[in-house]
Design a protein around this ligand. Sequence first.
Ligand code: WTA
Length: 631
Amino acid sequence: MQITSFKQYEEDYKKSVENPEQFWGEVAQNFQWRKPWFKVLSWNFNEPNIKWFEGAKLNITENCLDRHLATNGDKPAIIWEPNNPEEESVTYTYKMLHERVCRFANVLKRNGAKKGDRICIYMPMVPELAIAVLACARIGAVHSVIFGGFSAKSIADRINDSQCKVVITADGSYRGNKQIPLKDVIDDALIGCPTVEKCIVLTHIRTPVSMLKGRDVWWEDEVKHVNDTCEAEEMDAEDMLFILYTSGSTGKPKGVVHTCGGYMVYAGYTFSNVFNYKPGEVYFCTADIGWITGHSYIVYGPLSQGATSVLFEGIPTYPTPSRFWDIIEKHKVNTLYTAPTAIRSLMSYGDEPLNGKDLSSIRVLGSVGEPINEEAWHWFDEKIGHGKAPIVDTWWQTETGGIMISPIATVTPTKPSFATLPLPGIQPILVDENGNEIEGNGVMGNLCIKFPWPGMLRTTYGDHERCKQTYFSTYENLYFTGDGCLRDEDGYYRITGRVDDVLNVSGHRIGTAEVENAINMHAGVVESAVVGYPHDVKGQGIYAFVIYPEMHGEAELSKKDILQTVTRVIGAIAKPDKILFVSGLPKTRSGKIMRRILRKIAEGDTTNLGDTSTLLDPGVVEEIIAATKTL
Ligand code: WTA
């Protein structure tokens, strides 16, 4: 299933378009199924209703673990690198990981979890997080992993939306020199979560935690009560595998649903190809398992291919900005898959942190999460890849399950700041505002996908209509990505960023409406409008225009109060970088905020604000511009 030449890429691509069922049917043969499918694909984008490998039975953990045991049981599956470099790293072979997953799967059963139940996971980046994820999949429970940076309220909203029965967490986590009390946050969340019956708590940082009788149990105690034999639950290809919440242009995050069969095939196929993974190599993805990148390219993709995946607990700058390079040297990492924001941040320290570091093991580099600017691309290429490692700039989304548009390492060409060509099976098209296809090269438009692929979302949890409205209704018969895109003269794709009201801050997706709702919850705030602006390291920063007529005390303190409210409501990741108090917002006569104007002001470009004559009160713009001078 691994593509080895450009010619083969072209042939496979052609075949995947002309005969998608045959193409994906053959790819799927590389996986282990309990029972084969009777139909590779049935679909329509109207309802939408998408089914891949109908009738097939499988368990994804048999593909990620059991099938490697006979030949590769002693091969490292996960190498865990702790936050503190003085602590020992830990290697789990496939045999060990299999044993731990089975054991913890039995713990889940012992605590009442069964097939179809939803389980919330809120954990640090430790091996037990991967074990928890796989243990859910083993018994057919649906995991909903929540990133460690979200607040109690965000957790509670997500738990309630999918009625989770069990929560898996830890006492706390380390992030650089900080400690985060995860169980405390969970305790606050669970006050408002009536469906949660059990909370399993891993000891990690050994901070004191409250343990509620009848609800809370310790991970370490529970595993002593069970054995390590756990037959994998037989799942239908279209049974739910997991829910992952993501932000959109409305206030409430939605639970993107992925299913067992198609997701497995797509994550495995794209991992093997995009990174050109070779048996025995060490692969390091720096994402957090709380995001889709961690799901597909730390856990399921690599493990389904018998790869060795590095799982790093810490942050790139702790204890020094050499940390990534130390890890590469220590574990002889062959592939580094990271985010532009991390690259830009490390770049800002100059060459010193790279001095004396042996990066000669690096063969492939990857980037994900946001557009990578040329300067960062070249730095990555020269300083980390020494001009010899292809950079795969991978464009994809939580909803797509896996990489969609990307170079294939060593096989297809790269081009700075371009995601380049669609992978086999992916049919991108650009459309104009009215949904008309923009053909030819050297054009720009909104990026849509016109044919299903196995890794695509099936629904949004509990609200299929929302899935339809968000992704399949903007343009008839097309999946709309929300991204703007350029197709250059060579036919290469370059993603230009979101065209909806979604921000991408340090590679994290945040809805402007979500941040506005959080700010508006602050006592005394009348209204707010949030836009993104270019930020050197984060890609985008958050700029909030806030109407707060009778603020409490001085302005600087009031801003901090608002940040505190946002941290409570969403989490620290959504804190605005800039807050500007204003007396009014530019609105049309129908009451719609003209964000275009605010974006320009936030960018510091007030020379050409375009037509402001349709504004209810054009004077407000002058006032806002004057106020920016005070920031
Ligand atoms: C953006 C992350 C440019 C894009 C896997 C998309 C990118 C959103 C790239 C999805 C890239 C992701 N170049 N932009 N290589 N990769 N994006 O759901 O705007 O967290 O819609 O998935 O990130 O973010 P999500």
